[in-house]
Design a protein around this ligand. Sequence first.
Ligand code: BDR
Ligand code: CA
Length: 329
Amino acid sequence: MADHRTPVFLDCDTGIDDSLALLYLLSRPDVELVGVASTAGNVPTDVVVANNLAWLDFCGRPEVPVHPGSPGPLVAPLRTAEDTHGPHGVGHSQLPPATVTASPVDARRAWVRAAAAHAGDLVGLAIGPLTNLALALRDDPYLPARLDRLVIMGGAFGVPGNTTPVAEWNMVVDPEAAAEVLAAFSRPDAADVLVCGLNVTEQMILTPDDLARLLESCDGAPLARHLADALRFYFEFHRAQDEGYLAYAHDPFAAMVALDPGRVESSPAHVAVELDGTLTRAMTVADRRGLLGPPNARIVTAADTATMMAELVDALAELAGRTGVESRR
Ligand code: BDR
Ligand code: CA
């Protein structure tokens, strides 16, 4: 019988909200998680690899390949965000280390292979810096035509940045990679690109009440307790930034959009990344008038984030409940 699951290739820098996105994908029986590329960003690549392996192992999904990515950005020196995501990228959580190891296939090759193996069907989901995808595009310039769609968490459109006054973290870590990716998807036969910037992802607010509901719905299953430990750190970080005791769920928002693009409003634009500005480096520039070229992306402009958050909590609780039964702890 044909497999009707949606093949998804995830590229992430896990990371607390990356963890939520990964677990959300695992919660969905209609998703075939083809691979998980690990990129340097929130924490160094080896830590991202360890986190991805640990979540997958904990959830009883060790067969999903985790691909180590580039140790750093294309040009810029690597910067990481342990202040945001904790010393190991998962907040206060002490995930048991995985018993499985990373794939021998690096992230750059894995992108190319996944796109070829699922030509026309693959959903690419990039929720970290775009280094691995940029490198893959150098190897396979035709890759944009092989995807079904690419969903990116990154950029800030009409709102301030979260890392510089005008730029968002994933863009700041590797602006050259982001610029290369967006340029590569400007080819006329490229798959649709949906960009989820801070203008929408900062509407996807996870509160202690949401976390309480998650824990209650699965009777405090071990997976949910790890998430609680991770999220407590994220709440504390946001409070330290004067945002309140809450967390922006940037990456799971993008994951939900990737699986159902029709649930959000978006508008076409030519999106480019500033590389030279002294104050504006890594800023995403959206041109809706065709001055820079035809549209190469759709910018997500609105979403029912309250409904999305409720669904996210339900999905994570269901996964945690299921995992609690099978967990090693
Ligand atoms: C993005 O930056 C990272 O810290 C998060 O994981 C998310 O992908 C938000 O700006
Ligand atoms: Ca991320």
